[in-house]
Design a protein around this ligand. Structure first.
Ligand SMILES: Cc1cc2nc3c(=O)[nH]c(=O)nc-3n(C[C@H](O)[C@H](O)[C@H](O)COP(=O)(O)O)c2cc1C
Length: 158
């Protein structure tokens, strides 16, 4: 149920964003989405834009999609209803597993981006990549996604 999904400002409810693992959705050029678990994320200011900075390992299929697929991503903070999907999203690769099928996670078409958000999450963000750079770890890369839309849903609003 997403009957109470409302648009919010990027920093609203940030304590929920900070304290929970995220589900990051990326997409290939054919429109196929993939989801991975994302702990290393922050909302911050970058060159006058409010962004989500996501730290993604080079080995992830997600990295391939962020660099060679659609130049956008969504970040979603699961609720009690779909939190268990985090395990699958964080332990299987989209290279050989359809994690949406495996978890039963349902998507909502993006409003301002092509990449969908995930249904029944506490918070969701639609982001367009405006910059990427090496991180302070040789294994990971930073992606800066300008927040074009942010949503809060049922469980957080009740
Ligand atoms: C709780 C949790 C948090 C994670 N956080 C990150 C993260 O911040 N960055 C990252 O690159 N991988 C992270 N991972 C690992 C990826 O989610 C995992 O390798 C995933 O299978 C990659 O999927 P993909 O190959 O479809 O991109 C995390 C895994 C778990 C279980």
């Amino acid at each position: 149920m997403n009957d109470k999904r409302i648009e919010i400002e990027p920093y609203d409810y940030i304590e929920y964003f900070n304290r929970n693992t995220g589900l990051m959705v990326s997409m290939d050029k054919n429109g196929n989405p993939n989801v991975m678990a994302l702990d290393w994320k922050s909302i911050e200011e970058f060159e006058g834009n409010t962004v989500i900075r996501a730290t993604v390992a080079y080995t992830r299929y997600t990295y391939t999609l962020l660099t060679e697929g659609v130049n956008e991503f969504s970040v979603n903070i699961p609720s009690d209803k779909n939190y268990s999907a985090t395990d699958t999203a964080g332990s299987y690769s989209g290279r050989n597993t359809d994690k949406f099928k495996k978890t039963g996670l349902e998507t909502i078409p993006g409003k301002r981006i092509k990449v969908p958000t995930i249904k029944d999450c506490l918070l969701s963000y639609e982001c367009q990549i405006i910059h990427s750079s090496k991180s302070n770890m040789s294994s990971h890369h930073y992606f800066y996604g300008k927040i074009l839309a942010a949503y809060a849903t049922n469980d957080i609003l009740k």
